[in-house]
Design a protein. Sequence first.
Length: 264
Amino acid sequence: MECRTAPPEPAAATPRPPLVRELLLVAGLFLLYKFGRTLTSGHTAEAFRDADRVWEWERALRLPGEGAVQSALLHGDTLVHLANVYYATVHFPATAAFLVWLYLRRPAHYVWARRALAAVTAAALLLHLAFPLAPPRMLEAAGLVDTGQVYGPTVYSAVPATDSLANQFAAMPSLHFGWALMVAVGLIAATRSRWRVLWLLHPLVTLLVIVGTANHYWLDALVAGGLLGIALAVIRVPRRTATTARRQVGLTPVEEPALVGAGR
């Protein structure tokens, strides 16, 4: 009688973190960040002094003027309006959709991305507290248009001192750009599509929007990118496996290898 070896047991798939815990954690981090940003809302004089410094640093570094991007947007009301809509509506939904998709489809990458986003956001909060900064739309030397107020829509009050929903003196670093870059990096790392590099269009468009609408300086984006780079150097990305590739082409693997580095 022939004796056959039993097939190996499938390796345990990476478990999803408890949903309620994750919702509470993400909501708590967001509320902490929103509260922390308000701590610098009254530092108006310091924020404008720092804005003058940033403007001088950019000229010393020979960075292109923010006005060049804004001039391109102002060629038509439709284009600048779309830029304002993008600034006001894409930031949070895109990041939330990114985290939800990772949570459902790539749990190990979700944990990695959540940690990286939390690290960048915490670092940004500390920098907001240490370096309050008025955006270029408020800086007279920049000569830029506040496109949100002129063309709409805008997420900010026309008078920063009365704005109870946002701290307008927390321009550096730009979390619009930092989060957008993390979304692109995360999707490139978690997928196998030959077109996945196109996700970089999201941070690229975000960069042009935040600069063209005069909500951020170039340096705000560069600092955000630097902080994310440090976070990603410390927080290890999970290893992509053959499982991911099989799922992309609709094949069912015999054995499901667990992703490496999926610690909670």
